[in-house]
Design a protein around this ligand. Structure first.
Ligand SMILES: NC(=O)c1ccc[n+]([C@@H]2O[C@H](COP(=O)([O-])OP(=O)(O)OC[C@H]3O[C@@H](n4cnc5c(N)ncnc54)[C@H](OP(=O)(O)O)[C@@H]3O)[C@@H](O)[C@H]2O)c1
Length: 282
């Protein structure tokens, strides 16, 4: 098995570039799916309070026999808990659900700029507390646009280690990625295969046939060669294995450019626009 590379974050910690995403995995099936992923070799799991399945992730990691330090665990603050005391309570809930004493990375899931008077800065300062007390080893944000990152740069002390944003061949999100690259913020590409929507693409199919790999592997390899972190989700063991086998082939620079040229701009976005998104779960 070829080792998964790590990327050094701006706080000096090393994150595995490939992980396992658990969005939309049923809470009752999460422990089993995560255990399978860990057996295949994944050492990085991306969950969130909003997914309702942190407990299954914690169970799988604790029962894996792996040392805690050998598995990277990310979770995210639920929308609706941005006020400082609510964020503190919610984070206690994450550690309780995971049954662990720390996470490797904790993120503000969405900036929610139209709620809370647009104050994601106070929320960020609470994540700075979690990092100081050691319960979140690294801290970052998700779905932050350039303006949101610029405001944190002006008003907060810690630069986010990562920004987890929608990125795939039909929505390459270059401006936000470029801001991250210039400011030492690693991009994590969510929905890296656009939940399957890019897999029938003609250009991707041609490259896949030439390199003798599947379209999913080509797209995931494209992210890796661009330097982003990815964590494809699958509940299908054969796909988990397929998505893990990315480090024994390479795309040419022309392939990388051709896939990036599939970008459709805003119409290619599959998820909500972070400037407008204001969903708060009941
Ligand atoms: N921060 C955020 O706001 C945010 C938003 C969305 C996602 N995320 C994170 O990013 C992770 C990945 O994104 P995602 O779950 O939205 O989508 P994704 O990983 O792009 O795609 C997952 C879908 O593709 C299918 N699939 C997986 N591997 C495949 C393969 N090799 N061939 C064909 N189909 C395949 C899966 O089906 P099966 O499961 O049926 O195999 C599933 O339906 C999430 O799990 C979550 O951790 C974060």
């Amino acid at each position: 098995m070829t080792a998964v590379p790590t990327i050094t974050l701006n706080d000096g910690r090393e994150i595995p570039q490939l992980g396992f995403g658990v969005f939309q995995i049923d809470p009752d099936e999460t422990a089993e799916a995560t255990s399978t992923a860990l057996r295949i070799g994944y050492r990085h799991v991306d969950t969130a309070q909003m997914y309702g399945n942190e407990a299954g992730v914690g169970e799988a990691v604790r029962s894996s026999g792996l040392a805690r330090d050998d598995v990277w665990i990310t979770s995210k603050l639920n929308n609706g808990f941005h006020e400082p005391d609510a964020a503190r309570r919610a984070f206690d809930g994450t550690l309780e659900a995971l049954q662990l004493d720390h996470v490797d990375l904790f993120l503000i899931h969405w900036p929610l700029p139209t709620l809370y008077g647009g104050d994601y800065v106070s929320t960020w300062k609470v994540l700075e507390e979690f990092q100081r007390d050691g319960r979140a080893r690294s801290i970052g944000v998700s779905n932050f646009q350039v303006a949101h990152l610029e405001r944190l740069a002006r008003e907060a002390d810690v630069v986010p280690a990562v920004n987890q944003i929608e990125v795939h061949p039909y929505f390459t999100n270059e401006q936000v990625r470029a801001y991250g690259e210039e400011h030492g913020i690693v991009t994590q590409a969510w929905s890296p295969i656009a939940q399957g929507q890019v897999l029938d693409d003609e250009t991707i199919g041609e490259i896949a046939r030439r390199v003798g790999r599947t379209p999913a592997q080509v797209v995931l390899r494209w992210h890796v060669q661009r330097g982003d972190v990815v964590f494809p989700k699958s509940v299908t063991p054969s796909r988990m294995e397929e998505n893990f086998a990315l480090f024994d082939f390479e795309l040419t620079d022309d392939d990388v450019t051709a896939i990036a040229a599939l970008d459709k701009g805003e119409p290619g976005r599959t998820g909500p626009n972070p400037d407008e998104f204001d969903y708060v779960p009941d």
